[in-house]
Every structure is written in C-alpha cells, then in structure tokens.
Design a protein around this ligand. Structure first.
Ligand code: PHE
Length: 360
C-alpha cells in the first residue's frame, strides 16, 4: 500500500484543477466509481491476510473519505462559480431608461387638436363630427347663406360631380366646420356645448393657404348664454393653449351670415426680433371668427330661438400650430417630408393633458 500517498496527491490535484462539474464527475468515477482505482484496491482487500487487511482497509477508508470530501468541496465551489458567472452574464439594469425608437411622430395638427380638445373638455365641451363631403344645404342654406348670397363666392368652393342628368345642387367639400353646428343641434337639441375639429377645403394656395386645412368650430347654446360667456371662454382657451399667464383679446365688429352680432377676435402679441410672443407687445393678430348664433340658424336646426340662444366660433387649427410652435410655412404641413415631421413632430406617447402640461 505504499502507493497510497501518490494516489492521494494525484486525485487531490485532479480535483483541484477540474474545470467544471462534468470534469469533476469524471475524476470521481475514475477513483470511486464501480471500476474506479480506489474501489479496485478495496475489492483486493478480500485476498489479504486478516492483519494486513485491517491496516490496509483503515488506510484505504481514510483515503476514500479524503477524496470524497475534496470532491464535495470542489463541487460546491464550482456550482457557486457557475452561478456567479450566470448572474454576471444575465445581469440587467432595470433602472436604465428605454431608448426611444423614433420611428414615428405626432403631426403638429394632431397635437394641437389633442391640446384644444383637452382644454375645451375641461370647460364642458364634447367633440362633434360631420362629413367632409357635405350637402350645400348644411354648408350654406342652413347657415343663412342662400344660393344668391355673395358669401358663397367668397368661399372658393370645391363642388362634387353629379351623375349626368341629375340637376340637384351638387354636394361640396365643406368650406368650414360650421355645418357641424347644424348637425349637432339637429341630433342633440339644446342645451348643447360642442367643439368640432376637422378638415375643410377651399380653392386657395400660397404660403399661408392650402386647399385643405383644419378648423375647430365651437358651439354653446343655453337659455342665457351671452357674448360675455363667449369672451371668457375664448380668453380662457387662449391662456391655456399658449401656456401664458394672461392674454388680451380684441373683439372687432364683423359680419358672418350665421351670427348676429358677429366679431372677429385678435390677440395681443409682439414680433420683436422675429419671434412671436403672445400676451405682450403692441401688435394684434386675428385668430378667429365668432358671434351669437343667428335665430335663423337655430330654427334651421330645429331649436326654438325664443327659448334658446348662444355663441359660436371658428378657428384655424393650422394657424394655431404655426403660431404656438413657430412653424413658418403652412404648405410644409402637408408635404409628408420625413425631416420636417421628425423636426416638428411630437413623441407618440406624450398625450397632452391639462394636469401634466400640454406641450412638454
Ligand atoms: N365659419 C367661419 C369661417 O370659416 C368662422 C365662424 C364660425 C364665424 C362660427 C362665426 C361663427 O370663416
């Protein structure tokens, strides 16, 4: 049994250098497995003399236990190391903010529509809708613009084709959002408080006009609604929309067939250094048309003018977007140039709300 020390040194070295659990298992099988070297020696004890067997058996058992303990210690060491390596390679910083993938942006017109919807919703206005291809009755007649009225020419209307032989008046691409006043009142009656954002069409094209643009209509009908309410609502809107502490509005007498009296509204601003500032300065900029809804319009929509009255207004949405976000040319709004959209667009998940701020 002289070779036992050599055997011990050999196996302890093999155990210490086993690189992983399967290499270690090979060492174990080689020493203590059924056909292992130590097991063979133990099997050989049977052929020894009793005295010899006792001494050799004790030494072999000690060796076996030592190797066993070394295997166990190495095995748990390797398992810890494996776990450490796994933890290191699968490590993830959950506090790291996600990288925004800017594959798409919200168009400034959509952004402004969301913003003004949030502001007017806060004042009790619901959103109403109407078709873009409109009958001339809704677009004109019901709004107190009869066929011979000069306002029809001023609207630069696009007309739809009628089938040959059909001589009813042609439908039009709506020239303003005001027909939604008629539709909303016909459907809901009074009292009513709605806004109607949407596309409108006129034959016009230059730096500040495109054949398709966007308006938002406002309509508020109740028993005692007055111009004073109109003024407050518009001031409140402008303050919230332009995100300034105060604004000053100027009401100028004007004329629309569907309101009486009518007013165009200007906002105080300054253009100093080529930069627009709302609420200060000595310039005025027109932003909308408004007035008290004409009794004939109420009547056309089935609302009794002896019982109900109220105001309406119409604003250009694209214009609001240009003013608020400093966009110089309206035509670029509708050219779908990706560089423009990335520059002026808004992050898709940032919905404007009053408590969180409209434009962040
Ligand atoms: N419809 C008018 C326009 O397009 C705006 C307006 C709406 C004026 C409502 C008064 C009341 O110019």
């Amino acid at each position: 049994m002289d070779g036992l020390d050599t055997l011990k040194a050999k196996y302890l070295a093999a155990i210490a250098t086993a690189a992983d659990e399967s290499a270690l298992e090979e060492v174990r099988v080689g020493a203590l497995g059924k056909k292992g070297e130590i097991s063979a020696l133990m099997a050989g004890l049977g052929k020894m003399e009793p005295d010899q067997r006792k001494a050799a058996g004790a030494m072999l058992n000690v060796l076996k236990d030592e190797i066993d303990a070394a295997l166990r210690a190495r095995k748990s060491g390797l398992a810890d190391a494996a776990l450490d390596a796994r933890l290191k390679s699968e490590w993830l910083d959950v506090t790291l903010p996600a990288r925004p993938r800017r594959t798409g942006t919200i168009h400034p017109v959509s952004q402004v529509m969301e913003e003004l919807t949030a502001i007017f919703a806060d004042m009790g206005f619901a959103v109403a809708e109407g078709p873009q291809v409109e009958s001339d009755w809704y677009n004109f007649d019901a709004l107190n613009i009869p066929p011979e009225h000069p306002a029809r020419q001023e609207h630069d209307t696009f007309f739809m084709n009628r089938a040959a032989g059909d001589d009813r008046p042609p439908h039009v691409l709506r020239t303003h959002t005001s027909p939604v006043q008629i539709r909303a009142m016909t459907e809901q009656g009074a009292p009513i408080r709605v806004i109607a954002p949407g596309r409108v069409y006129r034959m016009d094209m230059d730096q500040t006009h495109t054949p398709m643009f966007h308006q938002v209509e406002g309509l508020c009908i109740d028993r005692d609604v007055s111009m004073a309410n109109l003024k407050w609502v518009l001031e409140e809107f402008c303050r919230a929309f332009f995100e300034v502490p105060s604004v000053e509005l100027r009401f100028r007498a004007s004329h629309f067939p569907f309101t009486e009296p009518s007013a165009e509204v200007d906002i105080r601003c300054s253009w100093e250094g080529g930069q627009l500032k709302i609420g200060e300065g000595d310039k005025w900029m027109e932003i909308l048309g408004s007035g008290m809804v004409h009794p004939k319009v109420l009547k056309a929509a089935g609302v009794n003018p002896d019982e109900w009255q109220g105001f309406a207004f119409g604003m250009g949405i694209d214009r609001l977007a240009m003013l608020k976000y400093g966009i110089p040319d309206l035509r670029a709004f509708f050219e779908s140039d990706l560089r423009w959209l990335r520059h002026y667009g808004f992050a898709a998940l940032d919905l404007p709300t009053l408590p969180a701020g409209l434009s962040r």
